[in-house]
Every structure is written in C-alpha cells, then in structure tokens.
Ligand binder design. Structure first.
Ligand SMILES: CCC/C=C/C=C/C(=O)SCCNC(=O)CCNC(=O)[C@H](O)C(C)(C)COP(=O)(O)OP(=O)(O)OC[C@H]1O[C@@H](n2cnc3c(N)ncnc32)[C@H](O)[C@@H]1OP(=O)(O)O
Length: 305
C-alpha cells in the first residue's frame, strides 16, 4: 500500500489539474506567496479571496504576465484548504480592456514559411490562453465576477468562466474580437450562449461587437445583479461570497462540479455523475454538522478541507 510520503513524493499524481508538488507548495504559500505583477490578491473576509486585475493605468489590459499568473493564482487557490469562494474584480477606472494588444499580439505570430507547421506551433499557445480562463471553471470553488464600467473582449471570456456575475449601473460589455479580426477563442463563444440561453442574441453580439449595457446584460441573464457603483458591487460580491463560504465546502464544491458537468452532458449523465459523487460525499461529517446545527438553531462550523 502507498504511504503518504510516497504519494507526496510522486509528482506525477495530479489533483484538479495540479501536481502534488504544487499542492504541497501551496500549503506553505501564505499570502506572501500571492505576489503577482498583474494581479492583487487579498483575503478580505473569512474563507474568501479577492483576485483583482491590477494594471489600472493600462485599464487592466491582459498582458503576458496576466495570462500566466491567472493560472498560477487559481491553481493555488484550488489547493488552499481554507478558501471557499473567490471574487474577481478590476482596479481603477474599468474592469478590463481585454487583450493587451501591445504586449501579446507578437506572441501570436509564428516564424516560418510553411503554414501547416506554423499552425501546429501556434495551437498550444492558443490552448494555453484558453487555460487562463478554464482554470476558473475547472476549480471547484465558486467564483463571482464584480464588473464595473467596461468589460471588453477577453473580459467577457473571463466573466463567462465565472459562476456568478454582478455589475455596476455604468457597466458595459463588448465581445470585441471580430473588430480586431479574430473569432473569439478563449471561451465566450462556448460559454456565453449557455449562460444566456439565447443563441440568436449570442451570435448577434459576437458577429457585430455591439456594446451592451448593464440592464440588457441583466435581462439576458449574463449578470444577476446591478449595483450603483464599484464600491457597492464589490461589497455585494463579497457578501455573496461570505454567504457561500458559510455553507459546507463539500456541498458547495460538489454543487459547482455537478452543475459544470451537467451543463455539458445529458440529464441522465448528470444524474449518474452526481449519484457517484454523492455516494462518497454524503458520508461527509458536514452532513451531520449541517443537520445538527439546523436542529439546534446555531451556525454550523465546517472544518477546512
Ligand atoms: C489568443 C488570444 C486570446 C484573447 C483574445 C482577446 C481579444 C480581445 O480582448 S479583443 C479586445 C481588445 N481591446 C480593445 O480593443 C479595447 C481597447 N481599449 C479601449 O477601447 C479603451 O482603452 C477603453 C474604452 C477600454 C477605456 O478607455 P479610456 O479612455 O478609459 O482609456 P485609454 O485612454 O484608452 O487607455 C488608457 C491606457 O490604457 C491602454 N490600453 C487600453 N486598452 C488597451 C489594450 N486593450 N491593450 C493595451 N493597452 C491598452 C492605453 O493604450 C492607454 O495607455 P497609455 O497611452 O500608455 O496611457
């Protein structure tokens, strides 16, 4: 039988897409380990982390550091035993201006004469860009986007990978990619139609780059709440994250995993998946604690993961 030491030593073992060595590094991380060039990471509430896009002077345009650091940051958060919910926000005047066109465009051009060889070399780069947002969806902890003012291009890809979206009254959104000659390729086209449940509207917005405002975003189901300003939307997002964090992390994370799985599978496959999941997770101490706390009219206490 494998000992814990053997398991921890085996870097080929992976949990939620991350290696055991990364998990171990994260246990030792502490907040000082969350130092990034493009992100500011804080713990504003118990069990809640806030990841802020932090290049306000460049309108939080997504530079090369950002595309790499989001993956590092969310993998670390997935492995944090005491974090139960995450808020994503933007520093400064707007949420984000999307792709940093000065810094990133050059990495999308590949040297060489043969188009097929160039394409094969470019494919992993595009997939790595996709991972930057897929990491949010693949992680089991709920992520709430708090959008203020502009959310452009890659910003829509980012928030589409989040679980819940709130915005300010002055928020506006734009699937901007066709305006810079691209088919959006990091998640909007795949996730947004399922979020809003209106394929016709999703296509209209993606084909035209039409800017749409907070009210329309709410009407279509992209956001679930509108708040007067940046401070108010952040407060609401943090309150929501705290409420989620007060629940059993086993129950909440199972719920996210099941909802993401069910979105992409038949009803029967989703039911089979959650039956298998719960055949283990129903045996959690959290079930006993949640039921007892309810009967005793007290707040439940759930231990860290
Ligand atoms: C495989 C790739 C996958 C990803 C694809 C993603 C694609 C996309 O995201 S497409 C969308 C690209 N973004 C844009 O087209 C938006 C461009 N920016 C704007 O329209 C305006 O900046 C905005 C309306 C968002 C805000 O206007 P505001 O007046 O508040 O700011 P500015 O004076 O325009 O900008 C201030 C400084 O920020 C720099 N900046 C803004 N956006 C970007 C950007 N996307 N990339 C790089 N830099 C950006 C701007 O140059 C100013 O810098 P400085 O001149 O040094 O002060």
């Amino acid at each position: 039988m494998a000992t814990l030491g053997m398991l921890l030593g085996a870097t080929r073992h992976r949990v939620a897409g991350i290696s055991i060595s990364q998990v171990r590094a994260t246990f030792q991380r502490g907040m000082s380990g969350y130092q990034f060039e493009s992100l500011a990471v804080t713990r504003p509430r118990d069990h809640v982390m806030q990841v802020e896009l932090n290049r306000p002077e460049k309108r939080n345009a997504m530079n090369r550091a950002f595309w790499r650091e989001m993956v590092e940051c969310f993998q670390a958060i997935t492995a944090e035993p005491d974090v139960r919910a995450v808020v994503v926000s933007g520093a400064g005047k707007i949420f984000t201006a999307g792709l940093d066109m000065g810094d990133v465009m050059s990495s999308l051009f590949v040297e060489g004469a043969d188009i097929a060889r160039k394409a094969i070399r470019l494919t992993p780069t595009i997939k790595a860009f996709q991972d930057t947002f897929s990491v949010i969806e693949k992680g089991p902890k709920p992520v709430i986007a708090a959008v203020h003012s502009a959310c452009v291009g890659g910003g829509v890809d980012l928030i589409s990978a989040c679980d819940i979206r709130l915005c300010t009254q002055d928020a506006w959104f734009q699937i901007k990619e066709v305006d810079i000659g691209l088919a959006a390729d990091v998640g909007t086209l795949q996730r947004l139609p399922k979020i809003i449940g209106n394929d016709s509207l999703a296509r209209e917005l993606a084909f035209t780059s039409r800017r749409f405002e907070a009210e329309e975003a709410k009407q279509m189901g992209l956001v679930s709440g509108i708040y007067p300003d940046r401070a108010a939307v952040l407060e609401a997002a943090l309150d929501l994250a705290s409420t989620i964090a007060s629940k059993s992390p086993i129950a909440v994370q199972g719920t996210k995993v099941s909802m993401v799985y069910s979105r992409d599978h038949s009803v029967q496959e989703g039911l089979d998946h959650v039956a298998l999941w719960n055949s283990t997770m129903l045996q959690s101490e959290d079930v006993v604690e949640a039921v007892q706390a309810g009967m005793q009219k007290r707040k439940p206490e759930f231990s860290k993961l």
